[in-house]
Write a protein that binds this ligand. Structure first.
Ligand code: FAD
Length: 361
């Protein structure tokens, strides 16, 4: 049996892939499914520009997402909220040059976008400010409701004959058992694993016996406001991006307004200054933002290792122990590719074609 530690998008997606490959899998989660960063992510799917190995992973993941979302929505019995309206990038006069530069780079890479006149913008998103001077529609950007993706994966795993999901199972220790590892819960329960995958995000501190070649993560806090936009005559329907943040519509009239990137901040209680910062960033773009009821403020910790790049790997000190860490701000975007290649790596020992540059042996 393979034990996956961590019930966020990284752990659940690899567990699901392992099940598809005929393996018995148990996911153990310290709290509840998606109680880490995965539960509060804005979860839009937008590959960045460039030609690095990571950009290739992201572009391939985008190609797979539509089918992935459809499969999860049906077998996980949860609508994962896959949306295709695309993104509208907007700018005020003071940042016009920045938007032009971004669009030039898109043109050079033949990425799809369409410049919008202000009349076209107003027809699409009348709630946005009339101070906006330029806009472009990026039709290929998608988004999902991240928490629902995790719930769908957990349901699919739990319903599978070879799959188990154990919540409220904080792992306290790892112990060598000859060929594999015993995964020990804080109440002393032991799971005998032939292989184990660490996908604990920022992690609960103090798993005893963790080899020191498994990298340590550091937090980058992200805070979002969740507003009720149903009172708007025409609610926002696109993912809106501007130079200070984004706005993402969700089912049920919700509008996510975000987000912060606070390196080293690990408190999940952001306080009024951060809330005010988000309002101040959004108000020039959506003038009525303060009139929309605030449903909740959400905070999560993106996890990064070292330079912030993805870390997939196997511990040399404990060779049956694998890890999937440092998903940063793109754990959802890349999941369909990373989960599939990590599952193959764990089963065959061969790093994946797309992820080999990020795989450490
Ligand atoms: C505000 C915000 C906005 C974001 N927006 C996007 C976006 O638009 N698109 C995108 O792709 N990504 C986005 N992200 C990033 C995305 O959320 C992360 O990359 C992703 O959720 C990381 O998943 P994970 O499974 O590695 O970590 P987590 O979701 O943090 O999951 C780790 C899990 O491990 C569990 N755990 C930890 N220690 C133990 C232990 N000892 N025993 C058992 N379980 C344990 C935790 O309880 C947790 O549930 C955003 C993040 C934030 C915070």
């Amino acid at each position: 049996m393979i034990v996956v530690i961590g019930g966020g998008i990284a752990g659940l997606s690899v567990a699901y892939e392992l099940l598809q490959r005929g393996t018995q899998v148990t996911v153990v989660e310290a709290k509840t499914i998606a109680s880490g960063a995965s539960g509060v992510a804005t979860s839009y799917l937008e590959p960045r520009l460039g030609n690095t190995a990571m950009r290739a992973i992201e572009r391939e993941a985008m190609r797979r997402w539509e089918d992935y979302a459809a499969t999860l929505s049906s077998i996980g019995s949860t609508d994962v909220g896959f949306r295709r309206e695309g993104q509208i990038k907007v700018t005020l006069a003071e940042n016009l040059k920045r938007l032009e530069k971004d669009l030039d780079a898109r043109e050079a890479q033949e990425a799809q976008f369409k410049r919008l006149s202000m009349t076209e913008l107003n027809a699409l998103e009348p709630a946005l400010s009339s101070d906006i001077v330029a806009a472009a529609h990026l039709p290929d950007v998608r988004w999902v409701t991240g928490r629902h993706v995790c719930q769908a994966l957990a349901t699919a795993i739990g319903n599978h004959d070879n799959g188990t999901v154990l919540e409220e199972f904080p792992v306290a220790a790892l112990e060598h058992n000859g060929t594999g590892v015993n995964v020990v819960g804080s109440d002393g329960t032991q799971l005998r694993a032939s292989k184990t995958i660490i996908s604990t995000g920022i992690g609960e501190p103090g798993i005893e016996g963790m080899p020191d070649d498994v990298p340590q993560s550091r937090p980058v806090r992200g805070v979002n406001l969740v507003l009720d936009q149903s009172s708007l005559e025409k609610p926002i329907t696109h993912l809106i991006k501007h130079h200070r943040g984004n706005m993402c519509p969700r089912a049920g009239g919700e509008l996510i307004v975000g987000t912060t990137y606070e390196a080293g901040e690990s408190s999940l209680d952001p306080g009024p200054d951060v809330v005010e910062f988000l309002y101040q960033n959004a108000e020039p773009i959506l003038p009525t933002v303060r009139q929309l009821p605030l449903l909740r403020v959400t905070a999560g910790l993106r996890s990064k290792v070292g330079d912030g790049n993805l870390r997939l790997g196997r511990s040399a000190q404990m060779p049956s122990l694998y890890y999937s860490l440092s998903h940063g701000g793109a754990g959802y975007l890349r999941a369909p590719v990373i989960a599939a290649e990590l599952a193959d790596f764990v089963l065959t020992g061969e790093p994946g074609k797309l992820t080999h540059e990020h795989t450490h042996l």
